[in-house]
Design a protein around this ligand. Structure first.
Ligand code: 5AD
Ligand code: SF4
Length: 438
């Protein structure tokens, strides 16, 4: 039996793609192993969102070439594969297979090509209206499952490689999404996370033609599903009907990740984000007006070309105004093919670094303050596991906050996968601490 090893970089879409690739390989008779050393086939599922992420895979490939590459087959999947294409064979000649996510349907066929003596195989077409459907998905987490609802991206944000690496938008039929959700619930998964580069532009391609909010409501009614999450949203397509669905259905988690990227309308326009700061704030107001307390998180890029000190101050001001529960922040990174590459007012690295540090410190203070307000409250968590080092159980609230807790006078029985009420007793900038309620 042939064996394979796979390492995954990047976002949850990539993590889930790997689960599908693993399922497909197992069904082809391959065996999965835990180290690249033990494998005949080594897969890297790669990310190219920022330069640093892209460098990682070339570093890995180099490392292996020196150490023990002989006799192994190397395959590069995902966003770097799509972006670099056959150039990967020049940069790393020991690679035999290069395949982007829009071509994963062809993986078994490409592997046969290699087995029958071809030195190289590629799957790089973006010209597809298919999604990567596989009933063979191999899921690792026994309680929470990812479900892809839409692949690709039709936006053209000036900084972003994704439209080039994941191809055009394709939605799955609502039937197939609901069937998968039902099967997962029946198999014991209580939480699902819907995935897509822009889930808000979901549109059922079958005659029913459900939009995203309708799909959410239907998923919220699937028996056995206690939590439905989704990521990621685009403010332009984020309608009030989504907030209404969350307000009315407790199975839909009260957490929305709504990437803003910048607090300056001028920068947003140069980013080709197609919304203004005011339009973004209207969406925040819908959420703040919900009877459920909706946690709001975001992504921010600092140091985009042409970002003035005044623009940056507006982003800091937006942090104060929204009071996010958490923020993922990045220095702008130049990406191949993207429109922003051609702008002539790029900022020096040190200035980007300076702004990032200021922004992160400002947000840290906000999170310390916000999380402190949870002390004394009781929150329901889904238990994710036990941390031996701290002696605490790891819980996750519906708002997606980490709530680590102890069980006073408890037994040794495992709590993983259960839902429990936990009293919050302490808080920090990134997590809460508490005690299970008896
Ligand atoms: N440079 C820095 N950050 C980027 N992101 C996307 N492209 C870039 C880039 N070129 C960030 C955005 C996006 C998140 C997934 O990564 O904030 O929302
Ligand atoms: Fe990285 Fe974006 Fe590709 Fe995800 S879609 S792996 S974040 S480049």
């Amino acid at each position: 039996m042939k064996s394979f090893y796979i390492e995954t970089f990047g976002c949850q879409m990539n993590v889930h793609d790997s689960e599908k690739v693993i399922g497909t390989l197992l069904a082809q008779g391959y065996e999965q192993v835990e180290t690249p050393e033990a494998a005949d086939l080594v897969f890297y599922n790669t990310c190219s969102i920022r330069d640093k992420a892209e460098q990682k895979v070339f570093h890995r490939l180099q490392q292996f070439k020196k150490e023990s590459g002989n006799g192994k087959t190397f395959a590069v999947l995902g966003c770097v594969a799509q972006q670099e294409g056959e150039r990967i064979f020049e940069r790393a000649p020991h690679v035999s297979l290069v395949c982007g996510s829009a071509s994963y349907n062809k993986l078994p066929e490409l592997l046969v090509q290699l087995e029958t003596g071809n030195r190289r195989a590629t799957g790089l077409s973006l010209d597809t209206d298919e999604t990567f459907e596989t009933p063979l998905t191999r899921r690792d987490n026994p309680n929470r499952a990812y479900i892809t609802i839409i692949e690709g991206c039709d936006k053209s944000c000036a900084y972003c490689v994704v439209p080039f690496t994941r191809g055009p938008e394709r939605s799955r039929t609502a039937d197939s999404v609901l069937r998968e959700a039902g099967e997962l619930a029946a198999a014991g998964y209580s939480e699902i996370q819907l995935l897509g580069q822009n889930v808000n532009s979901y549109r059922d391609p079958s005659p029913a033609g459900f939009d995203f909010a309708t799909l959410l409501r239907k998923l919220g009614d699937v028996p056995g599903l206690r939590r439905v999450r989704f990521t990621t949203s685009h403010p332009r397509d984020f309608g009030k009907d989504i907030v209404d669905a969350i307000s009315e259905n407790p199975a839909l988690c009260n957490h929305v990740h709504l990437p803003v990227q910048s607090g300056s309308t001028h920068v947003l326009s140069r980013m080709q984000r197609s919304y203004t700061r005011d339009e973004y704030m209207r969406r925040i107001e819908w959420m703040k007006a919900s009877p459920r307390q909706i946690a709001i998180t975001t992504d921010i890029i600092v140091g985009f070309p042409g970002e003035t000190d005044e623009d940056f101050q507006q982003t800091l001001d937006l942090l104060d105004q929204v009071e996010y529960d958490s923020v993922f922040s990045f220095k702008y990174s130049r990406r191949p093919n993207t429109p922003a590459l051609r702008y002539d007012d790029h900022l020096p690295e040190e200035e980007k670094g300076r702004r990032l540090a200021i922004l992160q410190e400002r947000q840290r203070q906000i999170q310390i303050r916000r999380n402190a307000a949870y002390v004394g409250r009781t929150e329901e968590v889904l238990v994710e596991g036990f941390n031996k080092a701290t002696g605490q159980w790891i819980g996750r609230t519906s708002q997606h906050k980490t709530l680590n807790f102890i069980r006073p006078n408890g037994s040794d029985e495992s709590l993983t996968g259960r839902y429990l009420d936990v009293l919050v007793t302490r808080s920090g900038p990134n997590s809460l601490v508490g005690e299970a309620v008896q």
